[in-house]
Design a protein around this ligand. Structure first.
Ligand code: NAD
Length: 463
């Protein structure tokens, strides 16, 4: 079956990609299984060399990979370029970090016996990823899988598969052996078939909480290893004495980047009453300066949402907030104007007087809507921040660094930024508490998710 990839900018058909059939899925998983013994037996340095060659090619193709992503899922082109550049860096990072993996020899001083702990690759990995970072999130899986000796069948999101397909071609031209990394295209059925496949040993999934639960249950039913990177509903706390000049730029960025379509975006803001009026008016003013436009044009800060369901969900969160007494300070509706009529554009929206029972404060909008609540203490902020099924990331800004660290220690989240947001470094693990996930990606902890541990009890001859 052919699938039409529709432009979120104007509803036109960008390209047509065939859905994988059940035979395609079987062939892909079987060839991944067949490629595993050779790939995993190759010296790690040789695997790293292939990865570095591919990374260089990704770097050379930054612009065209960015255009593929931006045209299919609506990411502003400058953000798409930084995703592609980041992917090249990530491949290099995993290739290097993977060479530092080591086992262990416990010092037990046994007579004629030496226990050894060795690490082995888990096998064939099904990597299922969402639309919002079409190749970065795949690389979080592909990088550790390849360097540890696993083989990969990836299923990118059905709205934006082309950059992942190109990535597979790039690896192939970097002389990655056949079968080591393949991409199958399609939607839920293709993902589900991969998770059920007897030739798959591990499922690495990034996506929403409801789908993550289905994937985990299915993977568990056939005893597969699983890592889950799921949704977020991330709080930002603006405490007393926070330097608003420093707070505002990263706060606007991490609320509205990628039109709010990313897992660790800021969904809700708890601001101390001493700063509340000034913060809110300056925040709204900064939001009013974001340039909405066609995603592939260079000046665009906010592009369209990937598909209409996200517009409808964003609108429903706004309507719910209005009904519960929230005040829409800016935005609140679809974007109007001739450039926006045919696409999935939603105005960046700020709601104050938000209460904890509102959808915008409890559910993942995954669109450009944010709620603001005034609070009277750091303690109150932390309690409200933790009142969520999610626990992916949190942000704290305060004039007192000690208070910021205390808050970070008390927030139930896998990553907490204090008094600034630069990036999430590849050396630091990323993942969620509570419903936000299982396991970690990136860093040496992320590599461990692709390794089995084996204890060997070696009897030695007497000397
Ligand atoms: P989604 O869960 O709808 O889809 C994710 C992927 O799963 C897609 O490739 C989809 O085709 C596939 N899929 C759907 N049903 C399936 C099934 N039954 N079995 C197997 N695969 C199936 O998510 P989405 O809307 O594309 O992406 C947004 C979600 O991803 C948000 O919740 C977001 O927070 C989350 N996300 C999390 C992280 C993280 O690192 N924690 C990063 C990015 C996005």
């Amino acid at each position: 079956v052919d699938r039409k990839i529709v432009s979120p900018n104007d509803g036109s058909i960008v390209r047509v990609v065939p859905d994988a059939s059940s035979t395609d899925i079987k062939e892909a998983t079987r060839s991944a299984r067949a490629a595993f013994p050779t790939w995993s037996a190759m010296p790690a340095n040789d695997r790293a060399a292939v990865m570095h060659t591919a990374a260089a090619q990704v770097r050379a193709e930054t612009d065209s990979l960015a255009m593929l992503m931006s045209s299919e899922m609506g990411k502003p082109i400058k953000q798409a370029r930084s995703e592609a550049a980041n992917v090249a860096d990530l491949i290099d990072f995993f290739a290097e970090e993977g060479l530092r993996i080591a086992g262990e020899i416990p010092k037990l001083d046994l007579k004629n016996e030496l226990p050894l702990v060795v690490k082995e690759p888990v096998g064939v990995v099904a990597a299922i990823s969402p639309f919002n970072y079409p190749i970065a999130l795949l690389t979080w899986k592909l990088g550790p899988a390849l360097i540890t000796g696993c083989t990969v069948v990836a299923k990118p999101d059905e709205h934006a598969p082309s950059a992942a397909m190109r990535l597979a071609e790039i690896f192939s031209s970097a002389h990655l052996p056949d079968g080591v990394f393949q991409v199958v295209t399609g939607a839920a059925e293709v993902g589900a078939a991969l998770v059920e496949s007897p030739d798959v040993d591990k499922v690495a999934f990034t996506g929403s909480v409801p789908v993550g639960r289905i994937v985990a249950a299915s993977a568990m039913a056939s005893n597969k290893r699983v890592t889950l990177e799921l949704g977020g509903q991330c709080p930002a706390i603006i405490g007393r004495g926070a330097d608003l000049d420093a707070v505002l730029p990263p706060l606007v960025t991490h609320t509205f980047n990628n039109s709010g379509q990313y897992c660790y975006r800021i969904n809700r803001i708890y601001v101390d009453q001493s700063l509340s009026d000034e913060f809110t008016s300056r925040f709204v003013e900064a939001v009013s300066r974001l340039r909405m436009g066609v995603s592939t044009e260079s000046g665009t800060d906010i592009g369209p949402l990937c598909h209409e369901d996200i517009v409808l969900r964003s609108l429903s969160h706004v309507a719910d907030a209005r009904e519960r007494g929230g005040r829409v300070l800016i935005g609140g509706d679809r974007a109007t104007g001739e450039h926006f009529e045919a696409g999935w554009f939603m105005q960046p929206t700020v709601i104050d007087r938000a209460t904890q029972d509102m959808l915008v404060m409890q559910e993942e909008t995954f669109g450009p809507v944010v709620g603001i609540t005034e609070v009277s203490s750091m303690q109150e902020s932390i309690e409200l921040a933790n009142d969520s099924i999610y626990g992916l990331a949190a942000y704290v800004f305060t004039g007192d660094t000690g208070e910021g660290l205390q808050a970070a220690l008390r927030l139930a989240a896998g990553s907490v930024w204090v008094n600034g947001v630069k990036k999430s470094y590849p050396q630091c693990p990323f993942g969620g508490y509570k419903a936000s996930g299982l396991g970690r990606e990136k860093s040496h902890y992320g590599l461990d998710e692709y390794l089995e541990l084996k204890s060997i009890y070696l009897q030695l001859p007497k000397l």
